[in-house]
Design a protein around this ligand. Structure first.
Ligand code: 3H9
Length: 709
C-alpha cells in the first residue's frame, strides 16, 4: 500500500483514507493505493464493507494536473491510467461507500462514480470541471455520469463544468445520502446498512440513458448551444460526443471513445493554454520578497470613500465576503443613489436566482453609510473610490491620514494615477496601496494590487490574502502609468482606431477580434467605458508620447460631436434603450468625410491582420512591462488579461499566445508593422532578445526585484 492511502478499521468496516495534501489529487500512487486497499478489505473476512474518504479539508480535487503537463511536454511517457483501476474498485465483491466532504471534482467524482454508493456532507461540491482545463472527463466520467443522472444533466455538468452542492446532487441521484454532522460516522453506519446486499455497479446501469428518439433533440440542442456559448472551443463538443457514445455503445467501447476524445483535447493548444492559466492563477500569490509566512493585518471592517458605481460595487464585494462596510459620500443624495444602485443590483441577482432574498437582506445589513470621515476611526482598511483626478485623490488621502487609526490600510481604486504621489500626501506611505478593481466590481474577478515604493510587506500580504477572501484574483503589479492591464490596453485600443482610419469598418475590427475569441471587440469596449474617458487620458498624456508617434483622430471627432458611447446612446455604434448595440448608418459617412480630409490611403484589411495588429500590440507592450519588472511573471500578465479583459482562456493570455505562435514569428511581424506604421511599433527589447535566442516569455525570469515606480 502506498503511504498516500491508508486503511484503518471501524470494527467490521474498513476505512480507506486518501492522504495526499493539499487537495488529495490522484497523483501516481493514489489510485493504485485505493485499489490495493479495496483488495485488502475484500480479502479480510472481518470486513463487510469499506468507506473511502479524504483526509484534510477535501475529498479528491481530481487527477493531478501536473501529470498532464508532463504528458504533453513529453516528460512522462505512459498515460495516466486511472480508468482500469476504477474498474477494479467497481468489481469489488464488498460494497465501497465513498464519503465526500469539500470537493469531489474531475477524477475525484469519477472515483466516486465507480464506488457503489456515495454519501456526502450537504455543502460538499461535486463536479466535472475538466472543461475549465480544456479537457473532458477521462476516467469513465462521460460514461458513468449519464448512467447515474441522465443524459441532459450529464451534458450540463460536463460542458459547463460548474460544480453542484451535494444536497442538490442528492435530489437527482448522484449522491445517495446527504449526511449532517459527523461524515465518517454517518458513512460507516450507511456501509453497515448496505453490507451483504446486492452490489450495484454504475457501469451496468442503463435505466437513465434514454432512447435514441429521446436523446437526438437533446444532443442537437446541446451542440448548438455549445457552439454559441463556447465559440471556437473543442472540449465541450468532445464531451457531448463522449456522452453520446455512452448512449450508443457498450460501456467498454464508450470508454475507448472517451479516451480518444480526451487525448485529442489534452494535446490541443487550447488545453495547454487553459492548464497554463490554472497554474498561472495559483502562482500569482507567490511574491519572491514576501514569503508565505509574512504576517497579515486582520481586516474585519472596511470603509469606502465614494458611493458611485465603483464604490457601490466594491461595497457589494466586501459584504458578499461577510465584511462590514461603511460607505461614505459627500451628500445624502449621492449616498441614497449609491444604496439604491446596490439594492437594484442585488434585486437583479435574486431575480436571476443567484442569491436568495434572505442572503441579500443579510448582506444589506452589513452596509452602513456616513457623511463623516470621523466615523472611519474604527476601520481596518479604507478603499478610496472617488473621481479619477489627482487633486481630488490627494485631498481625500490627506483627510484619511487625519482620521484613520494607526495600522489601518489606506488604499486607492485608481486605475491610472501614480500611487506614490497619492501616498506622499499622507504621513504613512507604508500603509498606502492600490486596489484596482475592474468594473463592474461585483462581477469582474480581477484585482490589480498596486505596490507603491514604500508600501509595507504586511500591507501587500494582507491585500493578497484579502483578494482571495473577496473572491478575486489579486495580481501584484508595479506602479507604472496604467499599471499592467490598462498600460497594455492603451496601444490595443489605439491600434483599433488606426485600423478604422486605414479602411476597416468598425464592425469588421470588432468581429475579427470576437471571432478570434475576445469577449468584446475593442471599439465596443470603448463605447462601454465611455469614449470621453480614453479621450481625456489621450490628451492628458500626449506630452509623454514618443516624438513622431501617430495619433488617432477619428475617435476624438466622435467625442467632440458628443458621441461618447453607451451613455449617450451613440459612439462607434448606436444603442437602444436596453443598451443593445447596432451599426449606425451615420458612421460610414462620417468616417469617409474625416478620412478624406486626412488623406490616409484606404485598403481592405484582412481579419488576420486585424488580429495580429491588435494582439501583438498587447504582446509588445507586455514584453516591456515584463522586462521593466512591473509584472513579476508573464503568467501574471496572462492572468490579468484572462480575468479582467475578456481574453480567451483557451488562448492562454497574450504572452502565452505569443509563445504558442513562436516569438520569432511574432517579432518578425512586429518588425514589419514597425516599418509600415512607425515608431509606436518599435519592438520591445525583450521580445527581440527572446526571439533571437529561441526562448519564451513563459521561461523568462527577471533577476532584479519587482519594479515599483
Ligand atoms: C481531471 O480530474 C481529469 C480526470 O477526468 C481524469 C483524467 C484521467 N492537481 O486552488 P487552490 C493545487 S482534471 C494538482 O489554491 P483552493 C494547486 O495548484 C482535474 N494540483 O486551493 C495549489 O498548489 P500550490 C479536475 C492541484 O482551496 C494547491 O493545490 N479538477 C489540483 O482555493 C491549492 O489549490 C479540477 O479542475 C489538481 N487537481 O481550491 C479542480 N487542484 O499551493 C482543480 C489543486 O502549490 N482544483 N491543486 O499553488 C480546484 O478547483 C481548486 O484547487 C479547489 C481548491 C477548489 C479544489
Amino acid at each position: 500500500m502506498s503511504d498516500l492511502v491508508r486503511v484503518t478499521k471501524e470494527q467490521d468496516i474498513a476505512v480507506i483514507t486518501i492522504d495526499n495534501p493539499p487537495v488529495n489529487a490522484l497523483s501516481p500512487g493514489v489510485p493504485e493505493g485505493i485499489v490495493a486497499a479495496v483488495e485488502q478489505a475484500e480479502k479480510d473476512p472481518s470486513v463487510k464493507a469499506s468507506v473511502l474518504i479524504g483526509a484534510g479539508k477535501t475529498f479528491v480535487a481530481g487527477a493531478d494536473i501536473k501529470e498532464f503537463v508532463k504528458l504533453t511536454s513529453g516528460t512522462r511517457g505512459d498515460d495516466i491510467g486511472i480508468l482500469p483501476l476504477l474498474l477494479k474498485v467497481e468489481d469489488s465483491r464488498k460494497p465501497v461507500v465513498v464519503a465526500i466532504h469539500g470537493n469531489a471534482l474531475g477524477g475525484g467524482l469519477e472515483v466516486a462514480q465507480a464506488c457503489h454508493y456515495r454519501v456526502a456532507t450537504p455543502d460538499a461540491k461535486v463536479g466535472q470541471p475538466e472543461v475549465n482545463l480544456g479537457i473532458i472527463p477521462g476516467a469513465g466520467g462521460t460514461q458513468r455520469l449519464p448512467r447515474l443522472i441522465g443524459v441532459e444533466r450529464a451534458i450540463e455538468m460536463c460542458t459547463v463544468g460548474k460544480p453542484v452542492r451535494a444536497a442538490e446532487a442528492a435530489q437527482f441521484g448522484l449522491i445517495d445520502r446527504a449526511i449532517e454532522g459527523d461524515l465518517l460516522a454517518g458513512a460507516v453506519a450507511f456501509a453497515r446498512e448496505v453490507a451483504g446486499k446486492p452490489i450495484p455497479k454504475t457501469r451496468e446501469r442503463s435505466d437513465k440513458l434514454g432512447t435514441p428518439e429521446q436523446n437526438a433533440p437533446i444532443f442537437a440542442a446541446a451542440r448548438d448551444n455549445a457552439r454559441k456559448k463556447f465559440r471556437n472551443q473543442i472540449c465541450q463538443l468532445a464531451a457531448i460526443d463522449a456522452i453520446e457514445a455512452a448512449t450508443k455503445m457498450p460501456f467498454e467501447k464508450g470508454c475507448d471513445e472517451e479516451r480518444r476524445l480526451f487525448d485529442k483535447c489534452l494535446y490541443s493548444d487550447q488545453s495547454k493554454a487553459q492548464i497554463h492559466i490554472f497554474f498561472a492563477e495559483r502562482e500569482v500569490p507567490k511574491i519572491p520578497d514576501i514569503p508565505k509566512e509574512t504576517p497579515t493585518i486582520p481586516v474585519n471592517s472596511i470603509a469606502i470613500v465614494g458611493a458611485g458605481t465603483m464604490g457601490g460595487g466594491i461595497a457589494m464585494v466586501c459584504a458578499n465576503a461577510g465584511i462590514p462596510v461603511l460607505l461614505k459620500d459627500t451628500d445624502q443624495t449621492a449616498l441614497d443613489r449609491g444604496i439604491g444602485t446596490i439594492q437594484k443590483n442585488y434585486a437583479m441577482s435574486v431575480k436571476r436566482g443567484r442569491f436568495t432574498q434572505e442572503y441579500v437582506d443579510q448582506r444589506m445589513k452589513l452596509i452602513k453609510t456616513t457623511l463623516n470621515y470621523e466615523d472611519f476611526g474604527g476601520a481596518d482598511m479604507v478603499i478610496e473610490a472617488v473621481f479619477e483626478t489627482m487633486p481630488l485623490k490627494k485631498q481625500v488621502f490627506a483627510d484619511l491620514d487625519r482620521v484613520c487609526k494607526k495600522g489601518a490600510i489606506i488604499s486607492s481604486n485608481t486605475s491610472t494615477l501614480n500611487i506614490d504621489e497619492i501616498a506622499a500626501t499622507t504621513s504613512r506611505p507604508e500603509a498606502v496601496i492600490g486596489m484596482h478593481f475592474f468594473s463592474p466590481a461585483n462581477v469582474m474577478r480581477l484585482l490589480e494590487i498596486v505596490r507603491g515604493r514604500k508600501t509595507a510587506k504586511d500591507v501587500i500580504a494582507t491585500c493578497m490574502h484579502l483578494s482571495k477572501k473577496l473572491g478575486k484574483v489579486g495580481v501584484l503589479v508595479g506602479n507604472c502609468r496604467g499599471f499592467v492591464g490598462n498600460r497594455m490596453f492603451l496601444p490595443y485600443i489605439r491600434e483599433a482606431q488606426f485600423l478604422v482610419e486605414e479602411g476597416a469598418a468598425p464592425e469588421a475590427v470588432d468581429k475579427a477580434l470576437t471571432d478570434w475569441g475576445m469577449a468584446m471587440g475593442p471599439l465596443a469596449v470603448g463605447d462601454l467605458g465611455g469614449l470621453d474617458v480614453a479621450y481625456r487620458i489621450r490628451k492628458e498624456y500626449r506630452h509623454l508620447e514618443k516624438p513622431g508617434a501617430r495619433q488617432p483622430f477619428v475617435e476624438d471627432r466622435l467625442v467632440e460631436m458628443g458621441r461618447l458611447g453607451q451613455k449617450t446612446a451613440a459612439g462607434w455604434y448606436k444603442y437602444d434603450a436596453d443598451r443593445r448595440a447596432s451599426s449606425d448608418p451615420e458612421i460610414p459617412a462620417l468616417l469617409q468625410k474625416w478620412i478624406e480630409e486626412s488623406r490616409i490611403p484606404q485598403r481592405q484589411i484582412p481579419a488576420e491582420e486585424i488580429v495580429d495588429r491588435e494582439v501583438y500590440s498587447l504582446v509588445n507592450e507586455g514584453a516591456r512591462i515584463l522586462e521593466e519588472g512591473y509584472a513579476l511573471r508573464a503568467g501574471d500578465i496572462d492572468t490579468i488579461y484572462v480575468n479582467g479583459y475578456g481574453f480567451p482562456a483557451y488562448r492562454g493570455g497574450p504572452m502565452w499566445y505569443a509563445d504558442t505562435v513562436g516569438l520569432k514569428k511574432v517579432y518578425e511581424r512586429v518588425k514589419q508593422f514597425h516599418q509600415q506604421h512607425g515608431v509606436l511599433w518599435e519592438p520591445a527589447p525583450l521580445l527581440k532578445e527572446l526571439a533571437e535566442s529561441g526562448k519564451t516569455f513563459a521561461n523568462f525570469q527577471r533577476v532584479a526585484a519587482q519594479a515599483t515606480d
